[in-house]
Design a protein around this ligand. Structure first.
Ligand SMILES: Nc1nc2c(ncn2[C@@H]2O[C@H](COP(=O)(O)OP(=O)(O)OP(=O)(O)O)[C@@H](O)[C@H]2O)c(=O)[nH]1
Length: 219
């Protein structure tokens, strides 16, 4: 089956309520295979590390309070592929979490390429600061490290992104910090300060069937 766009449903796993200003934003989590995209997303949503996540691609709606403001993120845990669908995801999103594994240099190189694609697609080429957070995951596997922290930090500095190193396996709070960091970056974008309704509604539904060609498309 071919992939469709926009995605058919939002998977609501958690919510919270507050008064005052609200911010809603679409966020996509990207990176090559097995870098920990699902682990990071599930850690944020459930505070847990499950270990194995299967082949499910979903969008999750998650609300939390950041600096006193209710913030709802529609988070798309997405594989990397250089298909037209990839560009549509980039267009859909207003914030980006780009993950690599500190044990996998190829995954780090791919993050550089994704940053370039986002910047050209969203016309951020001349922006000093962009709503992109680079995440070096699997920090607990430091004995297998092939990408230095300094390399991640330098990439972020040179591209106007934020940078964090985390272990989705070991730590919830560092993962929360990543998403807070992204929200703070997106807050500077005035388009996002007004409350908007969720763009996608519907029953909880796995998108794995919709993305049946995923493995062949992915790196
Ligand atoms: N040691 C360690 N393993 C991790 C960490 N994060 C994820 N993993 C493991 O890495 C493997 C891949 O994790 P996933 O979260 O499925 O990675 P993904 O990027 O979503 O993978 P795909 O959806 O296949 O592209 C799993 O075996 C996880 O248990 C981490 O921080 N440390």
């Amino acid at each position: 089956a071919g992939a469709v766009f926009p995605p058919p449903s939002v998977h609501c796993l958690s919510s919270s309520a507050s008064h005052g200003l609200k911010m809603d934003a679409n966020v996509v989590v990207m990176g090559t295979e097995s870098v920990g995209k699902s682990a990071l997303t599930v850690r944020l949503l459930t505070r847990r590390f499950i270990g194995e996540y299967g082949d499910i691609e979903s969008i999750y709606s998650h609300s939390f309070i950041v600096d006193g403001r209710e913030t709802t993120l529609n988070i798309w845990d997405s594989p990397y592929s250089e298909t037209p669908l990839f560009e549509k995801k980039v267009q859909w999103a207003e914030g980006y979490i780009l993950i690599y594994s500190i044990c996998d240099r190829a995954s780090f190189n791919t993050v550089s390429r994704i940053i370039h694609t986002i910047k050209t697609t969203k016309d951020y080429l001349n922006a000093d600061s962009v709503p992109i957070v680079i995440v070096g995951n699997k920090r607990d596997l430091h004995h297998r490290r092939t990408v230095l922290s300094e390399e991640g930090r330098l990439l972020a500095l040179n591209t106007g992104c934020d940078f964090y190193e985390v272990s989705a396996a070991e730590n919830y709070h560092s993962v929360l910090t990543v998403f807070h960091g992204l929200v703070n970056r997106m807050k500077t974008d005035t388009k996002l300060t007004a409350k908007r309704p969720l763009r996608f509604k519907g029953i909880v539904k796995s998108m794995s069937a919709v993305f049946a060609r995923r493995r062949t498309d992915s790196f």
